[in-house]
Design a protein around this ligand. Structure first.
Ligand code: 13P
Length: 259
């Protein structure tokens, strides 16, 4: 059975006390994640080690929000994926649109970062997505294809070592999620494009959606056939809401699918 994924991107929020309260809150509402749907939280870099401790033995995984495209060297201010791994991370978000927007990251860098993450033993959560202007001018597929090809040109296929996230920029932090129909159409487009390279890989690749997901809209988005979970921003900072989204995700798994 193909696993589902719920990944919380905490962005530049949190401190020692609030991180602890958030994990304790999640655990109080959800003593144990269901093995059919993995739960991942991505704190800011300085808190990775704290999260390693807080999540030990809980079944909750930890990821970073970014990683260098190098494993080590004279790259001031950068964080190696090997360091993330050593501090307890198993995942790293790559190419988030906020990094494209504010840090000038481009498609090529995203590809190199994904490769370095895989080399270090992390699972990259590779983000793609169009802006409102790109969608309005009918260029969504052109943009998604370009971003996808840049990332996968470097890594080709790496079975079970990659998660793809569709995050349309216009839906991030706006409170207006993409409609389930749009999300399904774009996930299908992405999966078909990957199938050109490797059909089996495309069928197994988890493609998750991010952008204003909350408990109230989660089930309609997660029920779409090509949606394998969610990448959650602001709603991941509230334990009750995050667990409620997780429970909605579980509801989309057919009852006859064994763990
Ligand atoms: P929001 O859920 O706050 O819209 O953020 C989504 C996101 O950027 C997750 O990476």
């Amino acid at each position: 059975m193909k696993k589902k994924w719920l990944i919380g991107n905490w962005k530049m929020h949190g401190n020692l006390a609030s991180n602890k309260a958030l994990i304790e809150g999640i655990r109080a509402e959800l003593p144990e994640p269901d093995p059919r749907a993995e739960l991942v939280v991505c704190p800011a870099f300085p808190y990775l080690y704290q999260l390693k401790d807080l999540t030990a033995g809980t079944g909750i995984y930890v990821g970073a929000q970014n990683a260098s495209d190098h494993l080590q060297g004279a790259y001031t201010g950068e964080t190696s994926p090997l360091m993330i791994k050593e501090l307890g991370g198993s995942f790293t978000i790559i190419g988030h649109s906020e990094r494209r927007q504010y840090q000038g990251e481009n498609d090529g860098l995203m590809g190199r970062k994904s490769l370095a993450a895989i080399d270090a033993g992390l699972i990259p959560v590779i983000c793609v997505g169009e802006t409102a202007e790109e969608r309005d001018s009918g260029r969504t597929h052109e943009v998604l294809a370009r971003q996808l090809d840049a990332a996968f040109g470097y890594i080709r296929t790496a079975h079970d070592k990659i998660i793809l996230a569709y995050e349309p920029r216009w839906a991030i932090g706006t409170g207006i999620a993409a409609t389930p129909e749009i999300v399904q159409a774009e996930h299908e487009f992405l999966r078909q494009r990957i199938a050109i390279r490797d059909k089996e890989f495309a069928a197994r690749l988890p493609i998750i959606y991010g952008g204003s997901v909350k408990a109230a809209n989660a089930i309609s988005l997660f029920s779409m056939p090509d949606v394998d979970g969610g990448l959650i921003g602001s709603a991941a900072l509230n334990a009750t809401e995050f667990v409620a989204i997780y429970r909605e995700l579980l509801q989309t798994i057919p009852a006859d699918e064994a763990a």
